[in-house]
Design a binder for this molecule. Structure first.
Ligand code: AMP
Length: 279
């Protein structure tokens, strides 16, 4: 496994490999866990080469404290990627990725003006800026994204459709802890008590599948919001049942054949997001 910190170093390697080889790419912000590694292992299985990027992208953070407290552990990440069979780590500095003022801007009508788009203004523009730059540097054939960040996955698919038509975007299922909590680099910031309550999100999303027989989407959204507040969640930003393809709110079950529930809520100082198919 090789580690490149410069774009030029990576490009030299990229120019040397056969044009017929398949290259899989997994963009990450590091502090890796089994969720990231499931993407990496899929890529290793399906491609000749797997490139993983580690870059905590300041442009996608709309909250300064979140950026400052974002956990990092380069040495551990490198060891985990070696073990998972990764070939190349691309780990640029901020100056390497953003040597000049950022001028590009993106919008993805309908996809980025709901949920995370509302509560994290500028977030998806920042994601699109870095991912488009990374795609242009890495030149992958397939790129892997987690459905843990389902809205991001939909936006990246749209970005690829518009600008990288030959690139395949694959969405991978969410990897969870034993109690159902979606793995996330931010989970280490939960206190012991908060961590014990954090599985509520998974429990309630699972319950929503059953409640669907009897209750409307709005009734379920309200019920879950109340339950989270009662369980000690500091703030519920949204509970939204939306169509998995359009992300449009589902008002009546008959309006969507693929309803999905999306949740964003704060437990102490940590913002958790999760989602689940309601079929
Ligand atoms: P991040 O480092 O949080 O930016 O995540 C990098 C990639 O890993 C994104 O495509 C995420 O959606 C994906 N990912 C993060 N957590 C999980 C998880 N628990 N299961 C599956 N994929 C995940």
């Amino acid at each position: 496994m090789r580690v490149f910190r410069s774009i030029q170093g990576y490009k030299n390697w990229r120019n040397e490999i056969s044009t017929s080889s398949k290259l899989g790419f997994v963009p990450t912000m590091g502090f890796l866990h089994e969720g990231h590694l499931s993407l990496v292992r899929n890529s290793v299985q399906e491609n000749n080469y797997t490139v993983v990027s580690i870059f905590v992208n300041p442009v996608q953070f709309n909250n300064r404290e979140d950026l400052e407290k974002y956990p990092r552990n380069e040495t551990r990440d490198i060891a985990m990627l070696e073990e998972a069979g990764c070939d190349i780590i691309f780990m640029p500095s901020i100056e390497e990725m953003y040597p000049e003022e950022i001028t590009e801007s993106y919008s993805f009508p309908a996809l980025d003006d709901v949920m995370e788009g509302v509560f994290r203004p500028g977030h998806f523009n920042g994601v699109a800026v870095v991912v488009a730059r990374l795609f242009k540097i890495i030149l992958p054939n397939i790129s892997y994204f987690g459905k843990k960040d389902y809205q991001q996955y939909m936006i990246i698919k749209e970005l690829a459709r518009q600008q990288f038509p030959d690139l395949i975007i694959k969405g991978m299922e969410t990897i969870r802890e034993k109690d159902g909590l979606a793995m996330s680099s931010r989970n280490v910031r939960l206190s012991v008590v908060e961590r014990e309550n954090a599985d509520m999100i998974f429990q309630l999303m699972t319950r929503a599948k059953k409640l669907k027989e009897e209750f409307s989407p709005a009734e379920i959204e309200k019920h879950i919001a109340n339950m989270l507040v009662n369980a000690g969640f500091a703030k519920v930003e949204y509970i939204q049942i939306s169509d998995a393809d359009t992300l449009e709110p589902v008002h009546q079950w008959k309006d969507s054949s693929k309803p999905r529930i999306f949740i964003a809520a704060w437990l102490g100082n940590v913002r958790l997001i999760d989602n689940m198919e309601l079929i």
